[in-house]
Design a protein. Structure first.
Length: 79
């Protein structure tokens, strides 16, 4: 039973990672900001290999940060 929950979490994290990568690609930000965001995503992906729950929490915070970018309230220095 717990195995099913783990598979669902894995699928949810995978879907969110895909969405996050697409959102980063579509942002109208300087290349340095895009690179920093991409590095954060790669770090989250690496965490997912060892601790899926921690990766899900980090990814949730990352997506909230992307929402801030959409509103134009974040800068390169805040990364």
């Amino acid at each position: 039973m717990e195995h099913d929950g783990q598979l669902q979490l894995y699928a949810a994290v995978a879907d969110q990672l895909k969405e996050a990568h697409a959102r980063v690609r579509s942002l109208q930000v300087p290349e340095g900001v895009r690179m920093a965001l991409t590095r954060k995503l790669l770090a989250i992906t690496a965490v997912a290999k060892h601790d899926l729950a921690a990766a899900a929490r980090r990814l949730e915070r990352f997506m909230a940060d992307l929402d801030d970018f959409d509103e134009g309230s974040r800068s390169e220095e805040e990364l």
